[in-house]
Structures are given as structure tokens and as C-alpha cells.
Design a protein around this ligand. Structure first.
Ligand code: XIL
Length: 696
């Protein structure tokens, strides 16, 4: 019976955790080595007792029974046969088993019954609330055969109210018989979020709002805390799309969208509306003619389709008129391979450009306070952005109320470059429109054939550099960029887990346990030097040791085991441990200037921001900055750098992405948190690679 961890292993680990926690409490000032997260299995079904172990049929005709005809382990499995529809299959009630807001891994082994050949299976959940059922897929279509066992595995969080909740397995089509065995339901115990690290929204307060795309799971428990701490803008990843809001003509469902908007209101966040018009996630009825048949390009169908569009935008846009500050009115309408640059969607084939004109006109009427955007991907590709530019120019010339261009910015660790991102923004400046980054993420993969279950350290470092390069560009254009949104909150849940292929991806700033990744620290380093750090002393003061001090970030394999021994306390996960220090540069004499600013100070601690300028004519590649504190201050956290302290002597070493400082005025910036008592004087001398720097 394969479970995600053995009982003995868990017991040993529990003991180790207990010991580590005790140590952490006794010696709170010394960072203790971390524990690896250990999944907790809450339910298994191995069918070895000869019963169906509470699995039951969903239909009325099929037979769900214990079987000795095949077994993944042991001698028994669960066989489903006699099916008369593809949805007939075995189901297990989990209402009393799962906790709302916890993300579980659902895993089961499957094989087609003897003689059934190859069959496509999928795993889903059914939840009901007050008589209304919803079905959500947990594992995509997976091919299983009668020649061996295949594991289906996926994650799901129950976030909605439910009075019925069950998992089930069905065929994508057909009625083949199949076996299941060794089902398991497990979860990673949630980690407390790091409360002592700078909030993204505060760090970028002088630049632009920072957003995340979310669903209801991201509003709950630790994920909700992470969302509220770092983000001041939110986009519904799916909940405002047509299939979610108007699945049947004239029948509107707002449960999930309302929950997201309520969270945003409660936490003073902006809301980006996504999206009125798209060729995906639009129910089939929208494109059916008056007789229920797929529309052909006739005048009557054009009138019908535009009327449906108008009614939809009036309802959804009107409902959120006081909440949504920017709408993606149309999404992905460009196809650079068409001579006119317009995607041949059903919208286009039935209405030409009129669906875009209608959508913007109606959106402006019902949501006059929202900025109206045209949103697309690959806008960093010259051919595509040229077509988009042309379309926006035409629409504006016609008086269509387009306020801005949304750049999705779905990229990966090597693409697009900072220069390409710069060109993407620069290209639209002549139009005088607002620009927003609407869906950014950075896959750790550069090809569909790669797959990792944990992200390698070098990929995380490349990812950090890529994020940094993009944010550097955004900050440069902050006069034109009015919002930056990440397409997700943390790596525990990302659309890239199933796109373009099914495999785990790690594209965001926080890891699967919601802890800050190297990419987060790189992004923090890209903030405007003038931006302030932690929002308030009380927020900063929470950097003091917490039970989570015994944990190190799970996704930072390169983390050194312990920072400076003289550090008087450790934040919940030492950021300096997330930043692989580069070797400092040669001792080549440099010419430098250091601006050291105390950006925030409270009774026991302060935040310092430092800008190092290379005033020499030779580039610096790798650096160490040293100073001596006069009043017993002790650094306990740094970002965009690694720190060490011996007595009063502090050494700050570059992070990988700011190792190079260009000649003649290039700069590197970093920040730190430190203790102080009594007096907090600015150090009198700073040396860069051994050379004393000017100050100011
Ligand atoms: C994605 C969602 O994140 C997924 O959950 C869903 O299954 C598919 O759509 N470009 C867009 C977004 O404009 O709406 C897409 O969101 C990601 C690509």
C-alpha cells in the first residue's frame, strides 16, 4: 500500500520536529535546522478487507464491487462494470473527511479491466449546496490500459459551502469496466506565513499596485493571510469569466466572484475584472442560434450574439461597477498570423470587429469608473504587438473607449528578456494608453518535455533573475504602468500545473508552503529605493522568533544551514538563506558611493535601505560591502544580498542578480532589518571590496 510517507518515517519525523521545536523555544536566538514538510494521509482505500470501503456507484445500473481479478498491491481492488454512461463510476463521500480551505492531494491507481484495452479516465469532485451541484475536475483525462496500473494524482481545495462532497472516477467517453486501488487523500500541513518579511505592496507603494489572481481557496486560512499581507489588487482567476457567471442564458451565478470582491473590500484591495469576452470558457449556448444550432454568419445571428454580449456585460459589469477598477473587456483577440491581425474566433466570424466595439461601449456605460483594457499574451513578440498596436490605434480613432493595454506576461526562466519587455512597454507609449501587467508568471521550464517534482536551485536562481529583470523594466515605466498582477498566489496552485502539459510547475514568488522564494527577494530588490519598507513598526516587529523559526524554506535547496551565529534572532525563514551568495569580486580597487537610509524605525528594530553606486570607470562583478556598527546593532535579515555579522562588523554580499555594478554610475541596492537600542547612528565608514566609499 503506497502512501506518501511511511508511518515509521512520520513517527521519527514527528519526534525530530518535537525536538527541534523544543530547541527553538529554548534557544530562540539561534536558528535551528529546518524540517522537511511531511504529508499527512487522512484516508486510504486498499480494498484488502474484501469490501468496497464506502465506495459506491453514482448511477443506478453499474456494479461497484471488491475484486480479486487484479490488484495494485495485495490481492484485491475495486472493480466497476456494467456501466451504461460515461459518468457512471465509483464515488466516495468525503464531506466529513476534508477540512474546508485545506488543499488535498487525491491519488489513486487505475487500470482497465481485462480485455478493455485502452481507456481514458478522469477524477473529479461533486459538491452540492442547498440543492445545486457543481463538478470540478481534479485529474485531467489520463490513459490507462488493461496491461498495467497508472496513477491518477491531483490537488483540490474545498473552499465553498457544501452539504454534499464526494470524489469520483469516470471515463471520458464510453462504458469500459475499470479497476481502482490504493486511493489516498493527503495534505501538507500548512506553514505559517512569514510575517516579518517586507510586504510586496508596501515595497512597491511608490510604483504600482501589486495583484494576484485567485480563487476562493486563496481567500482562506494561511493563503488568505499571504494574499492580504502582500497584495493590494486581486483578479478572479476564473470566477468572473462567462462560464462561471452565466452558465445558462439569463441565469447568473456570482457566489465565487462575490466572495473575492468581499475579500478585496475587507482588505482595501483593488479588483481587476477578468474578463467579459474570450474565445475560451464561454458556454456553448452563447454561440448557438435561435434553434439551438451552432451559429453561422448571418445578420440575424450577429444581432443575437451582440444582444447576448450586451446583456452579459450589463449584468456582470453592472453588479461590480463600484468594485472593479479595471476590466479586461476583451481577452486574446489578436492573431498575428492573420493579415488583419484578428483572431478567427466565433466572436469574430459572426460579428467582425463589432463584438469589440459593443463590448467597450457597453462596459463604459455600465461601469463608468472602471478603466477598460484590451488584454493579450506574447505582446513582447514584435509581430503580435504590432497587430495589437494597430487595432488599439484604430479603435481609439473610432472613439471606442479603450483606456489601456494589458500585457499578460506569461514567461519562463529565460524568456522574454528585460530588453524584450522594455520594447513591449515602449511600443505602446505613442498611443498614450495605460498599461498593466495582468497575468505574469515565470515557468521553471523551457520545454514541454521537462518535469521536476521539486524545483532545482539553479532554476530558482534563473527565475529570480528573470523576475528581477522584468520588475526593473516595470519600475522604469511606472509612470505608464498602473498595475502589476501575478497569475496566482503561490506555487501550491498554478494553472501551469496543467498547461501546456500536466506536470508540477513553480512559477510564482512563494513556494508550495507559501514561503518566500529567491524570486521574491529578487523582486523586493527591484523596488524603488525611495519606497518604504514594512508598513508599520508593529508589522515589522513581528519578525521576532515564532514557532516557525524552526523551519527553513522547503524550496531552497541551496540554503546555507545557518546564517551568522551572532544574529540575535531569526525571522521565520531567513531571507539571506534564500539568496545564494556569489563569490565576492576580486580585490580590484573600486571607486564608490554609499547611501545608507534608515527607512523605518521602531522601539527595538529598524529597516535600512542601502544604494551602492560604482563611481569608477571599471565594472564591478561581485561585491562585499562592510561597515561597523557603533551602538550594538545586530542585523537579522537582509534582502537582495546575504549578510554576516561578527561583533560589530557587518559584511553584506551581493545576491546573484545584483553582482554586477556597471561602471560610471551603476548601482546595486539592498535592504536589511536590524535591532537597535538607545542610539542608532549611521556607520561612519563603508568599504566596497576593501575600498572606502564616499557617502550620501
Ligand atoms: C486560466 C485559469 O488560470 C485556469 O484555472 C483555467 O483553467 C484556464 O484559464 N490567459 C488568461 C487567463 O487570460 O484567463 C487564463 O486563466 C490563463 C491564460
Amino acid at each position: 500500500m503506497p502512501t506518501l510517507s511511511s508511518r515509521a518515517g512520520r513517527a521519527t519525523l514527528a519526534l525530530l520536529m518535537l525536538t527541534l521545536s523544543a530547541l527553538a523555544i529554548i534557544v530562540a536566538s539561534i536558528p535551528t535546522p529546518g524540517r522537511a514538510a511531511d504529508p499527512v494521509t487522512v484516508l486510504t482505500s486498499d480494498f484488502e478487507d474484501g469490501t468496497t470501503q464506502s465506495w459506491a456507484m453514482r448511477g443506478t445500473a453499474e456494479v461497484v464491487e471488491n475484486s480479486t481479478a487484479a490488484a495494485h498491491a495485495g490481492s484485491r481492488s475495486l472493480l466497476t462494470s456494467g456501466r451504461t454512461a460515461s459518468w457512471n463510476g465509483p464515488s466516495r463521500d468525503l464531506l466529513a473527511t476534508v477540512t474546508r480551505g485545506t488543499r488535498y492531494t487525491y491519488a489513486v491507481w487505475a487500470r482497465a479491466a481485462a480485455g478493455a484495452g485502452s481507456v481514458q479516465l478522469r477524477m473529479s469532485v461533486e459538491r452540492r449546496w442547498q440543492g445545486t451541484a457543481s463538478y470540478e475536475q481534479v485529474v485531467n483525462s489520463t490513459t490507462v490500459t488493461d496491461g498495467g496500473w497508472t496513477q491518477l494524482t491531483g490537488g483540490y481545495t474545498l473552499a465553498n459551502d457544501a452539504d454534499f462532497f464526494a470524489v469520483y472516477v469516470e471515463t471520458v467517453s464510453g462504458t469500459a469496466s475499470f479497476h481502482l486501488d490504493d486511493f489516498s487523500l493527503s495534505y501538507l500541513p500548512p506553514s505559517p506565513i512569514q510575517t516579518g518579511i517586507p510586504s510586496l505592496k508596501t515595497v512597491f507603494a511608490n510604483d504600482f499596485p501589486i495583484g494576484a489572481a485567485v480563487g476562493r481557496p486563496q481567500l482562506l486560512a494561511e493563503r488568505g493571510q499571504l494574499l492580504a499581507k502582500h497584495f493590494n489588487s486581486v483578479t478572479a482567476g476564473n470566477a468572473m469569466k462567462w462560464d462561471a457567471t452565466e452558465p445558462t442564458e439569463g441565469v447568473f451565478t456570482y457566489t465565487d466572484a462575490d466572495a473575492i470582491v468581499a475579500f478585496a473590500r475587507a482588505n482595501a484591495m483593488k479588483v481587476r475584472g477578468h474578463t467579459f469576452v474570450w474565445h475560451n470558457q464561454t458556454p456553448a449556448w452563447v454561440f448557438n442560434d435561435a434553434n439551438g444550432q451552432p451559429m453561422t454568419a448571418t445578420a440575424a445571428n450577429k444581432t443575437l450574439l451582440l444582444a447576448r454580449l450586451e446583456a452579459h456585460i450589463r449584468a456582470v459589469g453592472g453588479r461590480y461597477a463600484n468594485d472593479v477598477s479595471a476590466w479586461d473587456v476583451v481577452n486574446e483577440v489578436i492573431d498575428e498570423n492573420q493579415s488583419d491581425g484578428l483572431r478567427r474566433s466565433t466572436w469574430y466570424t459572426i460579428t467582425g470587429l463589432d463584438y469589440i466595439r459593443t463590448a467597450f461601449r457597453v462596459a463604459r456605460q455600465v461601469a463608468p469608473n472602471a478603466k477598460l483594457f484590451i488584454n493579450d499574451y506574447n505582446t513582447n513578440v514584435a509581430a503580435k504587438r504590432d497587430k495589437l498596436y494597430h487595432l488599439v490605434a484604430q479603435l481609439k480613432a473610432e472613439g471606442v473607449p479603450v483606456d489601456g493595454v494589458g500585457h499578460q506576461q506569461h514567461g519562463n526562466i529565460s524568456w522574454p528578456t528585460g530588453a524584450e519587455t522594455d520594447a513591449m512597454i515602449a511600443a505602446f507609449l505613442p498611443l498614450g494608453v495605460e498599461q498593466q501587467i495582468t497575468e505574469m508568471d515565470t515557468s521553471i521550464y523551457t520545454s514541454s518535455s521537462e518535469s521536476f517534482t521539486t524545483p532545482p536551485a539553479d532554476r530558482l536562481a534563473s527565475q529570480a533573475a528573470r523576475y528581477k529583470a522584468w520588475f526593473d523594466v516595470y519600475r522604469r515605466y511606472k509612470a505608464n504602468i498602473t498595475s502589476v498582477t501575478l497569475w496566482g498566489l503561490a506555487d501550491d496552485e498554478t494553472w501551469l500545473d496543467s498547461y501546456p502539459v500536466s506536470r508540477k510547475d513553480f512559477p510564482l514568488l512563494f513556494d508550495v508552503q507559501l514561503q518566500a522564494k529567491p524570486a521574491y527577494w529578487a523582486v523586493i530588490g527591484a523596488a524603488s529605493p525611495t519606497a518604504t519598507g514594512p508598513a508599520s513598526p508593529s508589522a515589522s516587529a513581528s519578525a521576532s522568533p515564532s514557532p516557525s523559526a524552526s523551519r527553513s524554506p522547503s524550496a531552497s535547496p541551496s540554503a546555507p544551514s545557518s546564517p551568522s551565529p551572532s544574529a540575535s534572532r531569526s525571522p521565520s525563514a531567513s531571507p539571506s538563506a534564500s539568496v545564494p551568495p556569489s563569490p565576492s569580486g576580486s580585490a580590484t580597487p573600486v571607486s564608490c558611493r554609499v547611501k545608507y537610509t534608515v527607512t523605518n524605525q521602531w522601539n527595538t528594530g529598524f529597516q535600512g535601505d542601502v544604494v551602492v553606486t560604482n563611481t569608477g570607470s571599471a565594472a564591478v562583478s561581485g561585491w562585499s560591502l562592510r561597515w561597523t556598527f557603533a551602538n550594538g546593532q545586530v542585523v537579522n535579515q537582509s534582502w537582495s544580498s546575504a549578510y554576516a555579522q561578527s561583533g560589530a562588523n557587518v559584511t553584506i554580499t551581493n545576491a546573484t542578480w545584483n553582482a554586477a555594478i556597471a561602471a560610471n554610475g551603476g548601482t546595486a541596492s539592498f535592504g536589511f532589518l536590524s535591532t537597535w537600542t538607545g542610539t542608532n547612528t549611521v556607520p561612519s565608514t563603508f568599504t566596497l571590496n576593501g575600498t572606502t566609499c564616499l557617502q550620501g
